[in-house]
Design a protein around this ligand. Structure first.
Ligand SMILES: C[S@@+](CC[C@H](N)C(=O)[O-])C[C@H]1O[C@@H](n2cnc3c(N)ncnc32)[C@H](O)[C@@H]1O
Length: 235
C-alpha cells in the first residue's frame, strides 16, 4: 500500500515537474548560469562585433523601431562587448546616457576600454549581480536585452525593472528563436544551447506585471518584443 502510494506520488511529481518545464515556468538554473560564462571578451568580440552580423541583426532598423532619441537613458543588460551599447551611446548623444550591465568582470573591463577608445563618455559600464540588475529608480527610457534574457529567464529579476523605468519607459527583448541556426561559431564550445521561446519570454513578463505592447518581425533569427508595465508602480 505504502509503496503504491510512493510510486503514484513520484509519477505525479514527474508530471508536475515536466509540465512546468513545458509551460515555460522553469527558470535558467544556477548550474546553467555557471555553465554559460562569457569570460573571454576578445574571443567573443570577434563573433559579436563581426561586420557580417549586421546583415541579420539589422542594427539601424532596430534603432529606428526603438524610436531612440538624443538625451534618453538606455540600460543594456548583458551588454557583452557592446555591439548595441556603443551604437545606442552615439544615438542618445552627450545629453543622454547608456548604462551597460554585464555579470562578467572581464566583459565590463573590455567594454570600459572600448568606450574610452571610442570617446563615448556617456557609456557607463557596470558589473551587475546575476540575479539583480541593481538599477536606480525611474531613470530609464529603455531597458534592453539582446541575446541575454535566455541566460536570466526569471520573472523575479524582471519585477525589479518596473521601478527603474521612467513614466513612459519600455523594456525590449531581442532573443534567438529556438529554431534559428547557430549565429556565433564560438558558442559551439558550449555543450548545448539554452533555447527560450518568445511565448516563454512573454509569460515571464506577464508574471512579472508587464504586458506585451509591440512585436516586430523583421529579424530573421530573433524575436523582438516590447513590454510596458501593466500599472505604473508606486515611485
Ligand atoms: C550572448 S551575449 C550577448 C551580448 C550582447 N548583448 C550582444 O547582443 O552582442 C550574453 C551576455 O549576457 C551576459 N549575462 C548573462 N547573464 C547575465 C546576467 N544575469 N546579468 C548580466 N549579464 C548577464 C553574459 O556575460 C554575456 O556577456
Amino acid at each position: 500500500m505504502n509503496s503504491l502510494f510512493l510510486r503514484s506520488s513520484c509519477v505525479l511529481l514527474c508530471f508536475l515537474f515536466f509540465g512546468f518545464l513545458k509551460s515555460g515556468y522553469a527558470t535558467t538554473s544556477n548550474r546553467e548560469q555557471e555553465e554559460y560564462r562569457f569570460k573571454e571578451p576578445a574571443l567573443w568580440a570577434e563573433q559579436f562585433d563581426a561586420p557580417s552580423r549586421d546583415k541579420w541583426q539589422k542594427p539601424q532598423t532596430v534603432i529606428q523601431a526603438l524610436q531612440l532619441k538624443p538625451g534618453q537613458t538606455v540600460v543594456d543588460i548583458g551588454a557583452g562587448t557592446g555591439y548595441f551599447a556603443v551604437k545606442f551611446a552615439r544615438v542618445v548623444g552627450p545629453q543622454g546616457k547608456v548604462i551597460a550591465l554585464d555579470r562578467e568582470l572581464s566583459m565590463v573591463r573590455f567594454l570600459k576600454k572600448r568606450a574610452k577608445k571610442e570617446g563615448l563618455n556617456n557609456l557607463i559600464v557596470r558589473k551587475s549581480p546575476t540575479n539583480n540588475p541593481g538599477l536606480e529608480k525611474q531613470r530609464a527610457d529603455l531597458i534592453f536585452f539582446c541575446n541575454s534574457y535566455h541566460h536570466i529567464h526569471n520573472p523575479s529579476y524582471l519585477k525589479a525593472l518596473a521601478t527603474a523605468l521612467k513614466k513612459n519607459g519600455k523594456i525590449v527583448v531581442i532573443d534567438i528563436k529556438p529554431n534559428a541556426p547557430r549565429l556565433f561559431p564560438a558558442t559551439a564550445r558550449f555543450k548545448r544551447h539554452i533555447k527560450l521561446s518568445a511565448q516563454a519570454v512573454i509569460k515571464d513578463f506577464q508574471d512579472a506585471g508587464f504586458r506585451l505592447d509591440k512585436e516586430f518581425r523583421f529579424l530573421p533569427y530573433q524575436y523582438f518584443l516590447e513590454f510596458k508595465p501593466i500599472s505604473v508602480p508606486s515611485r
